[in-house]
Design a protein around this ligand. Structure first.
Ligand code: ADP
Length: 400
């Protein structure tokens, strides 16, 4: 049997990120980005091995950008692709796993748009465009929220009147599901357990940050909620604040909702605390040079992360280990060490040499003897999307 190919698409309102993945391969055959779509500056860039290419697509939309990719894909694929896997941000309660896209699935993604007004409509633009360009190829939707649909009600309900949940869907959904699923699955492999087995905490630390408790392949709780604002300190997002902050700012400063939303989503987090930057690399340098805002931002970030992980541990029957991933989790020995300083309560103990010498971009173990596992695992959401798309195709063929 030939190894199958999947085109993975992550579509924003003016961009398409794409990767052509071969089943079982850790690296994409082809990857790239079309951006500034629908504007005169629209452009497409891609990379395949050592070959790089950029071209102007001036004024072109999502569909024509995908159409101009067709010959490129043809050149590097050398065989028909088996599926197109679309990242979709919000699946609400409707989607508990990957779904083969048809009109009904598209209507359900649209119905969830009020929960992700910036993302779901953009994801649908990509789906519609890809269905026109890749007419005969099955299209699969993979949801950021689906992995967390295994959370029990005591983890996903807010202490609010029932109607808000039952009629309006106000509950905790969680995000970054593809990443938490991928790295905890890899953690099982790396530690000699069957794939998907074990009791793990995971910390996805990128520009957005979330933590998750995973037992035997199922998410039992996570730090993000109704929206990706809840939980940890992030690059520009505050994470948890007193829910009465909105009313306080409205009353004392006269701020309206758009102003408060901008504050909490764009001006807070590492950027707000440090007064300097949302970029952890830059903050680490500034901290080393004695910048007090950077020092404080890093301390709050690590303490709040540790507090979240310790809280999530109650969802697990025991603890096999903790996984760090995302740009910060994979690359920052400092953040890992400062976070673990607060986690002795879970018996977690770091091997400082292993932590500082782990080569960038590689998975590895960084715990001291006798500690539960502490692992660094580079996330690969595109690979997870490609693999889930193929598993879904296999299941749907088996049913035929
Ligand atoms: P996104 O969530 O947009 O995918 P990434 O997962 O790439 O983002 O993470 C971006 C974050 O990772 C930034 O804060 C960046 O500074 C941080 N980062 C990347 N490399 C390092 C490093 N060597 N040390 C510390 N932080 C790093």
């Amino acid at each position: 049997m030939t190894t199958r190919l999947v085109l993975v698409i992550n579509c924003g309102s003016s961009s398409i990120k794409f990767a052509l993945r071969k089943e079982g391969d850790s690296q994409p055959l082809l990857s790239g980005l079309a951006e500034q779509l629908d504007t005169p500056g629209a452009n497409l860039s891609w990379q395949a091995g050592n070959e790089k290419h950029t071209e102007a697509l001036s004024g072109q939309d999502h569909q024509s950008a995908l159409a101009s990719l067709l010959p490129v894909i043809g050149r590097f694929a050398g065989q028909p692709i088996s599926a197109v896997g679309h990242r979709v941000v919000h699946g609400g309660e409707h989607f508990t796993g990957a779904s083969l896209i048809d009109e009904q699935v598209m209507a359900a993604i649209e119905a969830n748009a009020p929960l992700a007004p910036l993302h779901n409509p953009a994801n649908l633009i990509g789906i519609r465009a890809a269905r026109k360009v890749f007419q005969d190829i099955p299209q699969v939707a993979i949801f950021d929220t689906a992995f967390h649909q295994s959370m029990p009600p005591h983890a996903y309900r807010y202490a609010l009147p029932d109607d808000l949940y039952a009629v309006h869907g106000v509950r905790r959904y969680g995000f970054h599901g593809t990443s938490h699923q991928y790295v905890t699955n890899q953690a099982s492999r790396l530690t000699g357990q069957r794939p998907g087995q074990g009791a793990w905490l995971s910390a996805h630390l990128g520009n957005g940050c979330s933590s998750c408790a995973v037992f035997n392949g199922k998410s039992l709780d996570t730090s993000m909620g109704l929206t990706p604002l809840e939980g940890l300190v992030m690059g520009t997002r505050s994470g948890d604040v007193d829910p009465n902050l909105h009313a306080h700012l409205a009353r004392t400063l006269g701020w309206d909702l758009p102003r408060i939303e901008r504050l909490l989503n764009r001006e807070s987090g590492l950027l707000g605390l440090s007064g300097l930057s949302n970029d952890m690399r830059q903050l680490e340098q500034a901290r080393a040079n004695g910048h007090s805002g950077a020092k404080l931002a890093i301390e709050v970030f690590c303490y709040r992360l540790a507090r979240s992980l310790a809280g999530l541990a109650v969802a697990l029957p025991h603890l096999d280990g903790l996984v760090f991933t995302g740009g910060i989790g994979e690359n920052s020995p400092l953040i890992r060490a400062l976070t673990l300083n607060h986690l002795g309560i879970l018996g977690l103990s770091l091997d400082p040499d292993a932590n500082s010498s782990l080569p960038r971009g590689l998975a590895g173990k960084i715990h001291a003897p006798g500690s539960p596992q502490i692992l660094v695992i580079p996330t690969d959401e595109e690979r997870q999307i490609a693999e889930e798309s193929l598993v879904l195709l296999d299941h749907s063929h088996a049913k035929d």
